[in-house]
Design a protein around this ligand. Structure first.
Ligand code: NDP
Length: 459
């Protein structure tokens, strides 16, 4: 049987674009369909514009800190429209690069919504025509999930936060994951009074407790209105803005409510179930270690599979798919030990197991940790501490987790990720001569094992 193409990729985000380019370079005839903008969530309304906003929001503290180093700074003024326009220019530039890279790789790009109509056929919704392909790759990503409460339609998500006409005086962010803490930090840094409402015990569930509680302490010190054990049951429109009705019966008046309560895989209306592709309870495409779905010639990579929902993971999955299918070199992506950063303020960087996970998996573990004032804060006078934590498996001496809160924590996590992947031991950390003066030197100079207070009292 002959097909129009060898590979039809649905979705031109990080995973889809990588797979399309590599498959084309491997000799396949590839077409990719995108219904919004080439680049996907990360480039268009995720990692990239978010990081630009994080940079912007850091300046308020930088201006304050400058005084301790002898600088006199006029009262700084911030212009949201300038930031938006510059951000849009940069996103347009990246979008153009992505399109050009697809063209250069010989991939055909179709700007349309694509729906799977049988195992080898994709229907283009706006063009109203069908295209056949030997294989189909689903790389449609995920979209924000907003709980179904009365008035939820008045709230925004991170999608809209990138295009607000104006910044309100007060904003309320709901959620406690990456997006919630990152955007709460952005708004607060840009001078907006910020409430961050989280339903559970502490934000960033799943991260190491020292970082979670350390971050919460710093957010409160900065004056952010962080409330845990707080749920919103309804949203009402008021004359001036919005009112969040809270579970305890109280309410919070605010100018803007942003939900950051997780994301759902984009599989609705894609026609997948009808052709026999299994989806899980959340609607994510179920795949094997090689990203193959329950239908032999249909694959899926990235957030739509809800494995580890991070851009570099989607890219790696896209590349592994091509290696496996087109280069006769089966590659299963290793989803363990992935370093990650939360661009909260202060920033978090983490790789490997949390203390709780390490105790769970290994029983006894050795903990080394340090909490200190970074050097810059001596002259700036900023009351913000840094946290470093190293977790060691005693019998092998292997470092199995590193957790950092403070400036450049994400940069450090990337480098530590290499050391942990190589199976570095605490002795090797200790043998490494420090780079002085840096904060990171703390990672190779921590000698004292930390003893939990209860155990210390018993000794
Ligand atoms: P997360 O899954 O990280 O967090 C969702 C948060 O919303 C949790 O705190 C969760 O609480 C809370 N929540 C879920 N449902 C409800 C509800 N019905 N009512 C109230 N709160 C609720 O999702 P995000 O949206 O923050 O981010 C999505 C993904 O995007 C992340 O998992 C991450 O993989 C990726 N990302 C990565 C970034 C980075 O690398 N820096 C930046 C941004 C996103 P609970 O803990 O109780 O479940």
């Amino acid at each position: 049987m002959t097909f129009d193409f060898d590979l039809f990729v649905i979705g031109a985000g990080s995973g889809g674009v990588r797979a399309a380019r590599m498959a084309s370079q491997a000799g396949a005839r590839v077409v990719v369909a995108e219904e919004y903008r080439v680049g996907g969530t990360c480039v268009i309304r995720g990692c990239v514009p978010k990081k630009l906003f994080v940079y912007a929001s850091h300046f308020s503290e930088a201006f304050e800190d400058a005084a301790g180093f002898g600088w006199t700074v006029q009262k700084p003024e911030f212009n949201w429209q300038t930031l938006l326009a510059n951000k849009d220019t940069e996103i347009d530039r990246l979008n153009g690069i992505y399109i050009r890279n697809l063209e250069l790789a010989g991939v055909e790009l179709i700007e349309d919504r694509a729906v799977v109509s049988d195992a080898n056929t994709v229907h283009l919704v706006n063009a109203g025509r069908d295209i056949t392909a030997e294989r189909i790759l689903i790389a449609t990503g995920a979209a924000p999930f907003v709980p179904d409460i009365p008035g939820a339609e008045h709230a925004i998500t991170s999608n809209e936060a990138f295009h607000l006409d104006n910044l309100p005086r007060h904003v309320t962010v709901i959620g406690g994951g990456y997006i919630a803490v990152e955007f709460a930090g952005i708004f607060h840094g840009l001078g907006v009074e910020t409430s961050l409402l989280y339903r559970g015990e502490q934000v960033l569930r799943g991260f190491d407790d020292d970082l979670r509680y350390g971050l919460a302490e710093e957010l409160l010190k900065k004056g952010m209105d962080l409330r845990v054990h707080t749920s919103v049951t309804a949203i009402e429109k008021t004359g001036e803005g919005l009112r969040a009705v809270l579970e305890d019966g109280s309410s919070l008046d605010t100018g803007l409510i942003m939900y950051a309560t997780g994301r759902n895989p984009n599989t609705k209306g894609l026609g997948l179930e009808a052709v026999g592709v299994d989806l899980d309870r959340k609607g994510a495409v179920v795949v094997d270690a090689y990203s193959k779905t329950s239908v032999d010639n249909i694959y899926a990579v990235g957030d739509v599979t809800d494995r580890v929902n991070l851009t570099p993971v989607a890219i790696r999955e896209g590349a592994a798919f091509v290696e496996t299918v087109y280069n006769d070199n089966p590659v299963a992506v290793d989803h363990s030990g992935i370093a990650t950063a939360v661009f909260s303020q202060p920033e978090l960087g983490t790789v490997g197991l949390t203390e709780a996970q390490a105790r769970d998996q290994h029983g006894e573990v050795d903990i080394y940790k340090s909490s200190f004032r970074p050097m810059k804060n001596t002259l700036s006078g900023r009351d913000e501490k840094m946290i470093m934590k190293v977790i060691v498996e005693p019998s092998s001496d292997k470092v199995i987790g590193c957790h950092i809160m403070g400036p450049d924590a994400g940069e450090m996590a990337q480098v530590l990720g290499i050391a942990l992947k190589m199976g570095a031991t605490k002795a090797q950390f200790d043998e490494t001569i420090a780079v002085h003066p840096t904060a990171a030197e703390e990672l190779v100079t921590m000698k004292e094992r930390w003893t939990p207070p209860a155990a210390a009292a018993a000794e």
